[in-house]
Write a protein that binds this ligand. Sequence first.
Ligand SMILES: Cc1cc2nc3c(=O)[nH]c(=O)nc-3n(C[C@H](O)[C@H](O)[C@H](O)COP(=O)(O)OP(=O)(O)OC[C@H]3O[C@@H](n4cnc5c(N)ncnc54)[C@H](O)[C@@H]3O)c2cc1C
Length: 583
Amino acid sequence: MAGNEAEALFGGAFLLTSAGQVPLVTAESLSGDQRAYFTAMRQFTEREVIPNIERLEKKDLALLRDLLRKAGDLGLLLAEIPEAYGGLQLDVTTAMLMSEATSLFGSWSVTVGCHTGIGTLPIVHFGTEAQKKKYLPRLATAEWIAAYALTEPTSGSDALGAKTSARLSPDGSFYSLSGAKQFITNAGIADVFVVFAKVDGDKFTGFIVERSAPGLTVGPEEHKMGIRGSSTCPLFFEDCQVPVENVLGEIGKGHRIAFNILNLGRLKLGVGSVGGSRNMLGEALRYVRERRQFGQALIEFPLIREKLARSAAAIHALESMAYRTTGMIDERIGAESGADRPGRVMQAVEEYSIEASILKVMGSETLSGVVDEALQMHGGYGYIEGYHVERAYRDVRINRLYEGTNEINRMLITGMLLKRVSKGQLLLGDALAALEQPLPSFDDPLAHQRTAAAQLKRVGWMVLKLAIERFGPELESRQEVLAAAADVISEAFAVDSAVARTLQVAPENELRRALVNLYVFEALPRAVVRARTAICCSAEGEALATALSQLEGLARIHPIDPAAEREVVVEAMLGAGGYPFGN
Ligand SMILES: Cc1cc2nc3c(=O)[nH]c(=O)nc-3n(C[C@H](O)[C@H](O)[C@H](O)COP(=O)(O)OP(=O)(O)OC[C@H]3O[C@@H](n4cnc5c(N)ncnc54)[C@H](O)[C@@H]3O)c2cc1C
């Protein structure tokens, strides 16, 4: 590997490298095996789950359990479990693809994602040998179902503010848990809960709690806006007895489990949003081809075509970020199996936690946008129960709330970046020196788009520099600046990924260039608006005037004809019957 490529193998490096400098994993480079796993899960979802949507939406939890069991028997839930405990321990990209393949039905996606992800992975990554032997083989086949209980009635985003307590029994054989957990996915069907409680009032600790534990009560199902086919209940602990051997990880180190597992959850949610968005775009296309108004099919109207093309461009950018990130994580983990592999997975995911939070935010918001436009294209019918899009509109809303709300994730994106800068892992000096240089010029079919990626990164560094200079350590509390900076950085990652992928796969391809052009044309001005907010909060007087004029220079955009680019995309979608690329 060339020097600059090796250097680029760390989180946040996309802000320092030039688009196309480092080879990426893309949808086009997925292997036959990876696609086969995706297809197996997708076919299961289509054949076994979709025909049962109505029953599942009416909370047929026995059926939900049966479906999980059936998927388990077919080996579809093994991807993230080590071989020694009955799993397959596949690469992260494959595991995420399988999760993406469940996204045809939000409730199924949430149920499987919770079981295989936040429910099971704490035991994979932090369990003792005995815990792994006892639980993982059963979770692998869904003989037992898993859930993850962090949130409490009075602590959601502030997860460490949990009040559930754990007290060691006088004979030292068990802990007594007292308190309540709120909004626990899979609670109505789970056999095993990963629960967080404070030992001696302040030592935040993970526990494995079995459903049969004395003192545990599962409360009634919540009546939710969406994902109604999934189970969500509160849990109540009244001196609930948990054997000491069920302490997960070290006493007082529960935050390591909770936050590392959430990083994986964010990744899963981001990649899953790619599949959900593609599905809904396909649904919208089918509808607008059939529905006629003013004597013609809706698809003939330019405003409908614009919606389709903009959605496709946003999905293309998200898809590019998603597999790029899982690919970087796999590269960092390395191909070797072995007992230390789960540890390497955890470290690699932590390394790319900035990218995971970006994917969570952009994935959930892209999906929300695509579904919203799909509903709009359905007109009044989109508002009526029974249409997939009506259910999807309600289902996708949750994604902006859990796995850390999007506000919390925005603050994490900038916060983690600043931490790396202060530790010298991301060399601010190098980036700032580049700010003084003229923008790079490229000589290839994607030259303008590559320049736009460079502009966005410079805008990102400029915003960070001003904010650090103005606020220093106080920056942590300037949430509006942190969030605006996060939006600029996220758009930089999106544009960089879409451009780099196209450069790598087919720079001359008209469709791919059109997708990138449409995305860049809106992303750059969007980021500039957010940058202006951050700058105006961070500078005043002459410094403000200088920064705004610098921003103006970086806001220049190569003009395109959006209507012409849109036609290229829509024609390709008509040929493909949906989003033009698939797994
Ligand atoms: C259907 C569903 C399933 C769920 N599944 C699970 C599960 O399986 N396990 C589990 O443990 N939890 C689960 N949750 C809980 C979920 O993770 C929380 O709802 C989420 O973390 C937000 O917490 P909260 O609801 O208490 O909102 P709050 O934390 O009260 O937040 C309310 C609003 O304030 C904002 N806010 C909060 N703090 C700040 C801050 N510091 N700065 C700026 N803004 C802030 C938030 O972004 C949000 O907009 C689930 C929730 C739902 C609805």
